[in-house]
Design a protein around this ligand. Structure first.
Ligand code: NAP
Length: 295
């Protein structure tokens, strides 16, 4: 049984979700079905991942009641704008095969077109008022993006999903989130971006880190389990991705051990301050050639 986190609007969210970025559509339904069979009750997808349909199929195949699953998805930037984002909800809900979405978030800030980011967020606020989503949030927002958004909109985001692993702990983002009551959710929680196959030879995998390995050895656990435990003990949500049944199981089997305070500190101290993903201010995401098809 997973731990529940309470969002700033009172909605509860299971702390561990299954991530499906780069999960091929043909493997996604099976991964979701496996995860739900193991006890996961939270799935994180995105319109931009091209597998919302298969996420819905996996949920239906699992036999778990839809209302017992927390479904999180993201609006891609090509759908930012008030009407466009309202329509993005319809596209995602139809592909997922659901009436409502539990958590709908903006995938990226668009600092180069911030007025469209604001209009997209206002559409999320409308969807919340209309009961089509249970909570709304953002992703890859740095503290100054949160400040700019808060200046122009009403609802405090429930969640900010950002790159966060032992080599990139984003302390300033975590502090900004908690001062506003925004829950920090870690993407690449076990450092996937430090070792994705084909993303560059010079990357150093946090799975190989000697400190993490030593702590893992001391607890008879894997490096991935230690990292997930580190997040959970610091009250973050995690969405580890796997399409491998053994690793899906391993990533959920983190509720029966505890890291000591000095172990948490030594993992915090591994921070290198270097992001693996794109800098939200340096990259204009609308320059990426990605359009979200109709349902
Ligand atoms: P991650 O979950 O940290 O790592 C995934 C990688 O680790 C995959 O290559 C996976 O391969 C492998 N893996 C999984 N469990 C493992 C284990 N126990 N031991 C060793 N290797 C393991 O990285 P991520 O996919 O970047 O992040 C997770 C989720 O965050 C994504 O799926 C997505 O939902 C979300 N995300 C969001 C953004 C954003 O901009 N908002 C960006 C990136 C990711 P196998 O599948 O072969 O197990």
């Amino acid at each position: 049984m997973d731990q529940l986190l309470t969002l700033n609007n009172g909605v509860t969210m299971p702390a561990i979700g299954l991530g499906v970025f780069q999960s091929p559509p043909e493997e996604t339904a099976a991964a979701v079905e496996t995860a739900l069979g193991l006890g996961y009750r939270h799935i994180d997808t995105a319109a931009g991942y091209g597998n919302e349909r298969e996420v819905g199929e996996g949920i239906r195949r699992s036999g778990v009641d839809r209302d017992d699953v927390f479904i999180e998805t993201k609006v891609w930037v090509s759908d930012y704008g008030r009407d466009e984002t309202l329509h993005a909800f319809d596209k995602s809900a139809t592909k997922l095969g659901v009436e409502h979405i539990d958590l709908l978030i903006l995938h990226q800030p668009m600092p180069q077109h911030f007025e469209r980011t604001v209009a997209a967020y206002e559409a999320l606020e409308q969807l919340l008022t209309d009961g089509k989503v249970r909570a709304i949030g953002v992703s890859n927002f740095m503290p100054h993006h949160l400040t700019a958004l808060r200046a122009e909109t009403e609802v405090v985001p429930a969640v900010n999903q950002v790159e966060l692993h032992p080599y990139f702990t984003q302390r300033a983002v975590q502090e900004a989130d908690s001062s506003l009551g925004v829950l920090t959710q870690a993407w690449s929680p076990i450092g996937g971006i430090t070792f994705y196959p084909g993303w560059g030879e010079e990357r150093t995998s946090v799975l190989e880190d000697p400190t993490i390995r030593e702590i893992a050895g001391a607890h008879g656990r894997t490096p991935a389990q230690v990292m997930l435990r580190w997040h959970i003990q610091q009250a973050r949500s995690v969405i580890p991705k796997s399409t491998n049944p053994d690793r899906i199981a391993q990533n959920f089997d983190v509720h029966d051990f505890e890291l000591a305070p000095d172990e948490l500190v030594s993992i915090d101290d591994l921070d290198r301050g270097v992001r693996g993903g794109p800098d939200p201010d340096a990259v204009d995401p609308s320059s990426w050639d990605l359009e979200i098809p109709e349902a």
